[in-house]
Design a protein around this ligand. Structure first.
Ligand code: ZN
Length: 216
């Protein structure tokens, strides 16, 4: 609280007045262009890393940026938020963003004892396909590989949601897979054509030509 309360005051007295017009317009409603699904990790600041303003990103966060397949969580929060973003808000992009040093993904590889965290253990059950993919594709369980594969698995899970599949088939939405690296501040973007993640500098050059090539 010693950090939070002065922050609240600084925001209302100094930051808010500088962007008052933006905040006033947001009181009329939201029209975000992107649904961002990322990890709850405190080191990720979605608006900071994408340099976007409030109102641009509709964000779903949980441990491991996991999207349970449709029906698997019996109408859980993820399902509702995804449906609302697509049907209610009409977002045109869905981004799943994993990150370096992800604790949830480390736990998935068995490197952490989850006996005292039964809910986390259960939640990670939704990422078992990631584990299976690792076993068939790699000889190791290198964390950065797990993070990268998990994003792709969750993108597949996302497509099992009726609102997403309908929107994809109508060409109204695109899905992108990202991995954010704390140590470099860069975001790697998955290229389905090359079947690998490209560093942000290459992505920028390619995006200028055609951003849709990164849609998966
Ligand atoms: Zn994480």
């Amino acid at each position: 609280m010693n950090n939070l309360l002065p922050g609240l005051r600084k925001f209302s007295e100094h930051v808010f007045p500088q962007q008052q017009k933006l905040f006033e317009s947001l009181s009329q409603g939201q029209k975000p262009h992107t649904l961002l699904i990322t990890c709850s990790d405190s080191r990720i600041d979605p608006n900071l890393v994408t340099q976007t303003n409030p109102g641009e990103l509709f964000v779903v966060r949980n441990a491991g940026n996991i999207v349970p397949p449709f029906g698997a969580s019996r109408g859980g929060g993820e399902e509702a938020a995804i449906e609302f973003a697509i049907e209610g808000l009409g977002v045109s992009n869905i981004v799943i963003c994993g990150h370096s040093h992800c604790g949830a993904m480390a736990a998935l590889t068995g490197k952490a004892n989850l006996d005292a965290l039964p809910s986390v253990k259960k939640w990670l059950g939704h990422a078992q396909s990631t584990k299976k993919r690792m076993e068939t594709k790699y000889n190791d369980f290198e964390l950065h590989h797990v993070v990268e594969e998990n994003v792709l698995v969750q993108a597949e899970n996302l497509k099992t949601h009726p609102s997403v599949s309908a929107s994809l088939s109508l060409g109204r939405t695109r899905i992108f897979a990202w991995v954010y690296s704390f140590e470099t501040g860069s975001i790697a973007v998955y290229d389905p054509k090359l079947q690998r993640y490209l560093p942000s500098i290459e992505v920028r050059e390619e995006s200028e030509k055609d951003v849709s090539r990164f849609a998966i």
